[in-house]
Design a protein around this ligand. Sequence first.
Ligand code: PLP
Length: 388
Amino acid sequence: MARIYLDYAATTPTHPEVVKAMLPYFTEIFGNPSSIYSCGQQARGAMEEARTKVAELIGAKDEEIVFTSGGTEADNFAIKGVAYANRDKGDHIITTAIEHHAVLETCHFLETQGFKVTYLPVDEYGMVDLDELRRALTKRTILISVMHANNEIGTIEPIAEIGKIAKEAGVYLHTDAVQTVGHIPINVDELGVDLLSLSAHKLYGPKGVGALYIRKGTKMVSFMHGGEQERGRRASTQNVPGIVGLGRAAEIAREEMDEEAEQLSRLRDKLAQGILSRIEHSRLNGHPTKRLPNNVNVSISFAEGESMCLNLDLEGICCSTGSACSSSVTEPSHVLLALGLAPLEAHSSLRFSLGKWTTEEEIDQVLEVLPRVVSKLRAMSPLLKSHH
Ligand code: PLP
């Protein structure tokens, strides 16, 4: 049975070109990039080239890119780094109810350290209300953190408008762009962000490597203490093969992103419309148009998300319920609850996320299998019987 992988938002396969670019840095060119002899300097050269490629992908300067161990570290670094460095100015942070746990849990931690956090609500499509944001700002606000696109429902937030509000208020703006970098065009100046998180394994790069963009002049404290790597901003010997992989992935994204997004939006719409027309009592979650080109999130009443997922797996189809990162947790998704879904509806949700190697035949196959799975589960469901 051929596997149909539709969970690219959880992680992407590493592009063969990326693997190829990384390999020499495990073997011949293994030197420490801080060493002064040539094998170290060669590694440093490759790392700096990767930095340029990442910077180019988001319209930043090389020296504004700090490599990290992934999206989670970038989010922690951005938020804690600004919070602790600007404590003399204020203690208030604004974020949203639908952030990834990497942002939410960092904010929860800071609340235990005396910071105050406002969690902005979102509308039924997952969009942040800009008036609510304006009202939440106080003289003590030091940071706004709003994700660029949501990983579960794909809604793209109005970051450029938030950037203007932040600038006017003299408050730093961080965006978690883990789901958008390499998928839709990004320019840090157009967005007006001071900090931006990204992760390689969401753009066909390897796991365990990412980056934080830090606008020049941003007042930050370091998060990892130790050596002087990354201009003293992030101690620890750099993951050279991983960074080289991220750089190559960024380079490929620049070339292929636009065409890929066009192709994926077509398949996305086919999948979404196919599900809605074939399955009674199903609805699309997230924004109808302002959404990631690869995301389909649906609620299918009277069928439980995890059961659908496991049954699809038996047919070789990989997708997820709610957030991939928390799919082992049985709590309903905090994102779907924030949209106003009842817990039961939130438990009946599936996320399909498409990618570079998704084909039309695979979408047809899902549209054939899913209605069958749903009928089977509904036939066993006491909920449907009480509904009729
Ligand atoms: N932020 C968002 C929006 C994500 O989707 C993810 C990935 O799961 C992360 C942060 C965490 O990234 P990483 O897995 O690289 O730590």
